[in-house]
Design a protein around this ligand. Structure first.
Ligand SMILES: [Zn+2]
Length: 63
């Protein structure tokens, strides 16, 4: 029997998989996670992102 990855005491009820990670959660922790996710979704996820860095500087030419 597996125990919840989060609280490590309850039996696993939910296998949660995403591209980044997989977690085994009990129903309590799953509900908790879902409510947390909801809060995260409400917050604006706008972060300063520098396109200049991505498009590259002219430094580091290998010639
Ligand atoms: Zn748990």
């Amino acid at each position: 029997m597996n125990n919840c990855d989060h609280c490590e005491s309850n039996e696993v009820k939910v296998h949660f998989n995403s591209e980044e990670s997989s977690m085994n959660l009990c129903s309590n922790c799953y509900n908790e996670l879902m409510s947390t996710e909801l809060e995260v979704e409400i917050e604006p996820l706008i972060e300063p992102f520098s396109l200049k860095d991505y498009q590259g500087s002219s430094e580091g030419d290998c010639t």
